[in-house]
Design a binder for this molecule. Structure first.
Ligand code: AMP
Length: 206
């Protein structure tokens, strides 16, 4: 199955992608994780996107599209994938249509207050890319998956979150209509517990 996960920052795309990737045995392709890995390793791409990401703006389409195109051409993506954080603009969606046919775009619809609460308690593992909420951690400094030290993502700072939400509303939200017109949009209530939202996604996909 070839899936896109859509939703505002903090809507739970990463968490749901992590669960779906295990259940469906297809890779999670997170453009945010790819950029963060490059930042951490200080690659030329990482250095190029550092200030863009810190401001909450989007990395230019040409760069992002090229990365996704190459990644989706790899062997492990041939039977399916979950796109988490891509496409984020109409230009990216049109480019994707040029080299891939996705089955569904799942939109996680979440109340604004819930998003703020989720982002302010979010912890990230720079080693395995695991994302957690402090309320679900016995020790909020240690990754329960690999034991590494958890961090607060730089772009979860309040100012940056506000900018990411603004960018989402102006640039990414039009994708809902785009995929609706293609008959591929599945909107799922993203409020509630991880298990509740996950069950709704599975039900919508059936
Ligand atoms: P995320 O982890 O998906 O919230 O992404 C973190 C940051 O990476 C975003 O705020 C952007 O700066 C950048 N980014 C991730 N995905 C994309 C994309 N599809 N297009 C442009 N920039 C992206």
């Amino acid at each position: 199955m070839k899936l896109i996960l859509l939703g505002a920052p903090g809507s739970g795309k990463g968490t749901m992608a992590q669960k779906l990737t295990a259940a469906l045995d297809i890779p999670q392709i997170s453009t945010g994780d790819i950029f963060r890995k490059n930042l951490k390793e200080e690659t030329p791409l990482g250095l190029q996107v550092k200030s863009i990401m810190a401001s909450g703006a989007l990395v230019p389409d040409e760069i992002t599209i090229e990365i996704v195109k190459n990644r989706l051409a790899e062997d492990d993506c041939q039977k399916g994938y979950i796109l988490d954080g891509f496409p984020r603009s109409i230009a990216q969606a049109k480019a994707l249509d040029g080299f891939q046919q996705v089955d569904y775009a799942v939109n996680l619809d979440v109340d604004k207050e819930v998003v703020v609460k989720r982002l302010s308690g979010r912890r990230f593992c720079p080693d395995c890319s695991g994302t957690y909420h402090v309320s679900a951690l016995s020790d909020e400094t240690v990754c329960p998956h690999c034991g590494c030290k958890l961090i607060i993502r730089a772009d979860d700072a309040e100012e940056t979150v506000r900018e990411r939400q603004r960018v989402y509303e102006s640039t990414t939200l039009p994708l809902l209509e785009y995929y609706d017109k293609q008959g591929k949009l599945l909107t799922v209530d993203g409020n509630g517990t991880v298990e509740e939202v996950y069950d709704r996604i599975l039900a919508a996909l059936k």
